[in-house]
Design a protein around this ligand. Structure first.
Ligand code: PBG
Length: 323
């Protein structure tokens, strides 16, 4: 009881605060998402995500070298194809934009971990993450396309694949196709608990992947559900996921915490586009201290239980962390 107990004693100086600090963020925790387009010398700003661009491969390589130089261990790639069709053909074309980008990155920055987002929405004419028939998103026929896509990424040299489509059974399907083609060593980071979130708005501008009709609520999770996240994660681990992801991060810290406490695999959290844009907008207005808010958000995601954070803030955070 007070006056014997005075918690402020352990907060008096930065030195003592450092000593009793329970959570640390390091560059090792960060994964940087990048958007790749066809062409040369293209670096097109994404309006709703200041500091992010759609980049052609030459700029992508330059940026990847930079973030690798800052100590960031990994990037995750999103592709914007030249043409979209009903079957997302460019998602698994051997010379598709992602397949080319993977090769270029592995040639020029071999130590940088190249993770690929495995999903169809950037490549389908209707913008959904699966095959569409009569306005419905078909589950099982979509698995075959996701297998082709994941395999083509592995063939191109991807170090890890990350399915984000939320079709049932896709982790199993992808594990099988990788294993039967000599890629038993390639890990799967599954977007296991991915919610149908309005925080993805700016990303859909960045990746040109907004659905042309309807929404993603028949495959992505319903935001009020908590128990269901554990079921999704459990299934993905049973199917062979090596790392499981919760997405978005900030409005879903309870889910990150539940997943961390329940399972024994690394947990990733996606600090999504809308979470990034909110900070950028408020900072531009002069309403918040950008760097402090950014670091507080990232540490809160780690404190909740994330081992890895996918974040557009990666280069800025890395710069601050490196002093
Ligand atoms: C693809 C995908 C999305 C995001 C990552 N992969 C968009 C979506 O599901 O609509 C969102 C990332 C972000 O908002 O930063 N399915």
């Amino acid at each position: 009881m007070f006056p014997v107990h005075r918690p402020r004693r352990l907060r008096l100086t930065e030195t003592i605060r450092r000593m009793v600090r329970e959570t640390t963020l390091t560059v090792d925790d960060l994964i940087y998402p990048l958007f790749v387009v066809h062409g040369r010398d293209i670096k097109k700003p994404i309006n709703s995500m200041p500091g992010c661009w759609q980049m052609s491969i030459d700029h992508l390589v330059r940026t990847a070298k930079e973030v690798h130089g800052l100590g960031v261990p990994a990037v995750i790639l999103f592709g914007i194809p030249a043409r979209k069709d009903e079957y997302a053909s460019e998602a698994y074309a051997p010379d598709g934009i992602i397949q080319q980008a993977i090769k270029a990155l592995k040639d020029s920055v071999p130590d940088l971990m190249v993770i690929t987002d495995v999903c169809l929405c950037e490549y389908t004419s209707h913008g959904h993450c699966g095959i569409v028939q009569d306005g419905k998103i078909l589950n099982d026929p979509t698995l075959e396309l996701l297998q082709k896509e994941a395999l083509s990424h592995a063939v191109a040299g991807a170090d890890m694949v990350a399915p984000s489509d939320m079709m049932d059974g896709r982790v199993k399907a992808i594990r099988e196709v990788l294993d039967s083609n000599g890629f038993t060593h390639i890990p799967i980071m599954s977007y296991a608990a991915k919610y149908a979130s309005s925080f993805y708005g700016p990303f859909r501008e960045a990746a040109e992947s907004a659905p042309k009709f309807g929404d993603r609520r028949s495959y992505q999770m319903d935001p009020p559900n908590r128990r269901e996240a554990l079921k999704e994660v459990e299934l993905d681990i049973q199917e062979g996921a090596d790392i499981v992801m919760v997405k978005p991060a900030l409005a879903y810290l309870d889910i990150i915490s539940d997943v961390k406490r329940t399972f024994h695999v690394p947990v990733a959290a996606y600090n999504v586009s809308g979470e990034y844009s909110l900070v950028k907008a408020a900072a531009q207005m002069g309403w918040i201290d950008h760097d402090r808010v950014m670091m507080e958000i990232l540490i809160s995601i780690k404190r909740a239980g994330a081992d890895l954070i996918l974040t557009y803030f990666a280069p800025e955070a890395a710069r601050l962390l490196q002093g």
